[in-house]
Design a protein around this ligand. Structure first.
Ligand SMILES: [Fe+2]
Length: 122
């Protein structure tokens, strides 16, 4: 899973087949979109790293983060060996989602102010 962002309008896209993009650039607002590098260690006052619980072969993912008008988690994603899942959130949602459990998968969470965060499922 690779995400790119426009530094002008803050649009974020998920590149579903990144291997096909080796020699082409995606543009937005007439400029090349830049890859978003996920953080994997907390460094802000707010909590961003997704946490999870495993219940009956389901992965219950939560981000302990505010959901306010100007500051919120806009999506939570999961990448397994062969599948990708994205849950888009709006400001009225709780940042809690359910995905299928698969050991070794990667959970992503995106904060509109503090960027992309990831946690590996063990
Ligand atoms: Fe944040």
């Amino acid at each position: 899973m690779q995400f790119k962002k426009c530094k002008h309008c803050n649009a974020v896209i998920n590149v579903m087949n990144e291997n096909s993009l080796k020699n082409c650039d995606l543009t937005c607002c007439n400029e090349k979109m830049e890859p978003i590098i996920p953080n994997s260690e907390e460094c802000a006052v707010e909590k961003h790293l997704p946490t999870y619980q495993i219940k009956n072969d389901k992965l219950i993912v939560q981000v302990n983060h505010v959901m306010e008008e100007e500051h919120f988690i806009s999506f939570i994603g999961l990448v397994t060996e062969d599948k990708e899942f994205i849950a888009s959130l709006n400001k009225k949602d709780s940042p809690i989602v359910e995905f299928p459990y698969e050991k070794g998968s990667i959970i992503y969470a995106y904060c509109n102010k503090h960027g992309l965060w990831k946690t590996k499922v063990s």
